[in-house]
Design a binder for this molecule. Structure first.
Ligand SMILES: Nc1nc2c(ncn2[C@@H]2O[C@H](COP(=O)(O)OP(=O)(O)OP(=O)(O)O)[C@@H](O)[C@H]2O)c(=O)[nH]1
Length: 381
């Protein structure tokens, strides 16, 4: 996790096909707060030659060549980012305050985040600001029903922008769409594009580093309270193999039912090796299912300097140490958004590693012996 002010913030703008990413970005780029922003746009069908494209970056726009960012263009994204950093360091670009990567509508944003936070060179120079996801007020519900990618894009967002809410045909469904989005992702701020407040301040600077205070702002970044409020709503899921039986949510789509958002806490210091084992097991056995994991950990060996972790699927940023705890009590907090990984399973694993074993739950040895066993779920999928 890069905290220093020099690290360039990277925002990922995602959202389903035609949901209004480019329209939103064009509007935002008129704001002087977004001057000196390099925009990397990954379009289908564009033909580009890498060095030519990177040269265009002095004008602020880089378009990646065709293909899906999550697979074929992934290497190119890393090259493009590395090229930008190189040009900045060698003085060919004078100023670069921010990078925005607009993904294709079908892309899973996870690999884009991973490219920034899991790459040994890039992560020296860049820091993840956040994920902004556009959701179309007219077609959003149907898109979420039909496309898992759209559900994932909403689930990993830090900010969700509802577009086209100005169109009269969106009115009837808007309330339900908002409910669905906040149930999928309780921590993301949801804002309408037509709202004058959908501006730079509302959509950017959602990362751990707060440029105003020039320090880490854990509360703003982790938003653990939002997950706590949500926890109560989720408990009914757990007894039914992930199927939703709550009468208030009878229309929840099966895609949404596979997504879980929850927080874990512990009020005693955790030996580093124990925490590392817990996380390693989760990553190696269920990495694909961890859409996003953030946390602040009280480590027994150095309890005054909390460890901050951030991961997307298997890839975790190397943990950062904060100089001190944010105000309030020292407490380990982890927030997770998972897919096909029930909260109860992760909770039991966490408890087992911390030695908080209940009579009817397996202990650490039992879980490490058979880490792939999730009740009600097959090992793959
Ligand atoms: N009325 C209205 N139209 C919008 C809004 N946002 C986008 N649109 C229109 O929706 C269409 C698609 O918008 P784009 O910004 O191109 O969407 P996109 O997500 O970038 O599209 P792709 O790159 O194809 O995935 C365009 O015709 C826009 O003018 C909005 O808030 N209100």
């Amino acid at each position: 996790m890069n905290l220093p002010a020099q690290a360039i913030p990277v925002s990922v703008l995602t959202g389903f096909l035609g949901s209004g990413k480019t329209t939103l970005l064009n509007r935002l780029l008129k704001d002087p707060a977004l001057s000196d922003t390099a925009v990397i746009i990954n379009e289908f069908g564009d033909v580009g030659i890498d060095h030519l494209l990177v040269e265009q970056s002095s004008e602020g726009i880089i378009e990646l060549s065709d293909g899906c960012l999550c697979c074929t263009v992934r290497g190119e994204l890393v090259d493009t980012l590395a090229g930008l950093i190189d040009q900045l360091q060698t003085g060919r670009i004078k100023r670069l305050k921010r990078i925005v990567i607009e993904t294709t509508g079908l892309a899973d944003p996870a690999p884009v985040l991973q490219a920034v936070m899991g790459h040994p060179v890039l992560m020296q120079a860049l820091r993840v600001d956040g994920v902004i996801t556009t959701v179309d007020a007219v077609n959003g519900m149907a898109t979420l029903d039909a496309h898992m990618e759209a559900v994932k894009q909403a689930a990993v967002a830090d900010r969700i922008v509802i577009t086209k809410a100005d169109l009269p045909e969106s009115r009837d469904g808007l309330g339900n769409l908002r409910l669905r989005l906040s149930s999928l992702n309780p921590a993301a701020d949801v804002i309408e594009a037509s709202d004058s407040r959908a501006n730079y301040a509302a959509l950017f600077e959602c990362g751990l580093y707060n440029p105003e205070t020039k320090s880490a702002d854990v509360q703003r970044w982790l938003k653990a309270e939002a997950f706590d409020q949500q926890d109560g709503h989720h408990h009914h899921h757990e007894h039914h193999d992930g199927h939703d039986n709550d009468h208030h949510h009878h229309d929840v789509n099966r895609h949404d039912a596979s997504i879980r958002s929850f927080s874990l806490k512990h009020d005693k210091p955790v030996p580093f090796a124990i925490f590392e084992m817990f996380l390693d097991l989760l990553r190696s056995a269920h990495g694909e299912r961890l859409l996003r994991v953030k946390g602040i950990i009280e480590i027994a060996e150095d309890p005054d300097r909390p460890l901050v972790i951030h991961g997307v699927q298997q890839i975790f940023h190397p943990p950062a140490r904060l100089a001190a705890w944010p105000e309030g009590k020292h407490e380990t907090r982890l927030v997770m958004i998972t897919k096909d990984l029930p909260e109860s399973y992760v909770r039991q694993l966490f408890d087992a590693f911390l030695g908080r074993v209940q009579v009817d739950t397996p202990d650490r040895v039992a879980l490490t012996d058979n880490p792939l066993a999730i009740p009600g779920y097959s090992a793959k999928g």
